[in-house]
Design a binder for this molecule. Sequence first.
Ligand code: NDP
Length: 673
Amino acid sequence: MKTLKLLNYAADQWVAGDGGLAEVHSAVTGDVIAETGSNGLDFKAMLDHARKVGGPALRAMTFHERAWMLKDLANAIMARKEELYELNYATGATRTDGWIDIEGGAGTLFSFSSKGRRELPNGRILIDGAMEPLSKGGSFVGQHVFTPLQGVAVHINAFNFPVWGMLEKLGPTLLAGVPAIVKPASATGYLAEACVRIMIEADILPKGALQLVMGGVGDLMDHLTLQDVVSFTGSAQTAMKLQSHPVIARKSVRFIAERDSLNASILGPDAAPGTPEFDLFVKEVAREMTVKAGQKCTAIRRAMAPAEHLDAVQDALSARLAKVRIGDPREEGVTMGALASARQLHDVREQIARLHKQARIVSGNPDHVFPGHEKGAFMEPVLLRTDTPWSADAVHDVEAFGPVSTIMPYKDLEDAIALANRGMGSLALSLFTFDNKVAEEFVLNAGAYHGRMVILDRTSAKESTGHGSPLPVLVHGGPGRAGGGEEMGGIRGVTHYMQRTALQGAPEMLSKVVHQWLPGADKPTGDVHPFRKRISELEIGYTLKTESRTVTLEDVEHFAAFTGDNFYAHMDEEAAKANPIFDGRVAHGYLILSFAAGLFVDPAPGPVLANTGLETLRFQTPLYPGDSMRVELTVKSKSVRDEEKGEVRWAVYVFNQKDEVVATYELMTMNTP
Ligand code: NDP
């Protein structure tokens, strides 16, 4: 393979580092495969370019437009994924490892794209939570909103997942409307560079939305402002160094960190040898040790079992690890490749030496040299054991970022929880138990120390995504030692790149600002029934005020007979009166809903395609036989999905003859755009 000359992407140009290039070696052969460097880049100009060109272009788009952009990017990556798999082998990763990185990365973009289109408005301001009434007369209200930060997201990524690690940050950032400068780790940066090249060549992103630094970041940190975010993944040491940069503190620059994590996995007290949970535990610990050669921030570093089962765990795990075939990841049958670099191999050996002072090695030889692969960063999986976990500080403190894990005993559940929490904050914990009491105890007493908890048992095993997989829809991050950061978690992850602002004002004013009808805002009416209008013709706030109809006792009895709902409050005057809420027989809530539809529906085929549901239904005032009801149906928000359909949300208010609110709800319909 000829040496790759890696380029930076600055201000929409591919530029080479100006001298001082570093050599990058194949993890498998040790050969030089790339040269990389960022000397000569004008970091201030890059930040300015992102702020002045990328940011405004992204912010001019709606959430949906940006979500479609993510889907296009993911498709572009998938179309050229084989180019990435080709480079993936040089990082020491097998095809399966590469699948997590490459297709997992594209999958994360797909996921954010779909969530963005389903859960965000097709607008540019994101509403956060419900409107808060602030005055008696209702003319002054509050509403939290999110708007995109006007700076740059600086992504500093780890070496272990060069594609996924980049895309899991880029997805939420771009969806929020914020441009990014990505700095991959040097050891595997060639894979990230290739992926960026694919995205740039696909010509999907606006100018200035994405830039790439293939080396040190020079004086970039000096030029950050309150509108920027640094999102870092890597060692605690570098995180601390960056986080203590004076500009970060002085200007309150947001800093998201994913750092080391001494993740624990616990075999429940009920999961004795012979139970499905025991087998699952052994399988998962072995898998976490060997996938990506254990170079996963979420990998299991500490495996805990009831003292009486520790020998059985050791035997079963050692037997499983003995079957692992280590070698060139391109070779058929190889199940574990190399570490990412010779430096990484050296670091992991050093960390094992530290662990070894307090724990003994029960399987694997960290110094084993693989014949024919002397220059590659290969290592056997190394299983350590301590029988005195409370005095073996190192096992709760030293992260050997490779195929390394330590098994240890616990006395009882309390002891297991305390040991798990001794990692001082982790990204992921797994618990193997079929006993819900054990699980509840664990969640209650260990939850505060762990960012994600996976409870695995025989029922979920087959479909489980396992201990070590961060998912785009769930939070990834952990307290304390894990960095205190939070990424992904669905739309939560998008808001890390936005500012939350509490808006206050008149409902009509705020409604116009956020493009959503808020209670108390104007309700214009017109001659045309709203069901006759396409989404593009529907005005936010447009309201249909219906005729009223009287609800009779016959209606209630007819409804009861027809549906079978003979609940006493509708059917038995005395029993209904004895109920503290009612003065006598009341109309069924569902009858009110049905009559409401009868009042507001316009029957002929038209732009309304289907009723897709209702939310936040509240029955507020009982409706008695003889009372009358009328409905106000207001366009609350609208969102076009594609050329054929979109969603309209309607605020529905049902009133009685005294204009008291009987029921409120939000109705959703699918309409033609
Ligand atoms: P580092 O902290 O050294 O590197 C992480 C990233 O930070 C890389 O992109 C690196 O770039 C960059 N970086 C390093 N120094 C600076 C600096 N002064 N200014 C700006 N950027 C900088 O971690 P490694 O990737 O080398 O991994 C070391 C350890 O980190 C692992 O052994 C493991 O313990 C932990 N780790 C944790 C992960 C997690 O998700 N929790 C993931 C990966 C690693 P460059 O490569 O060019 O130096």
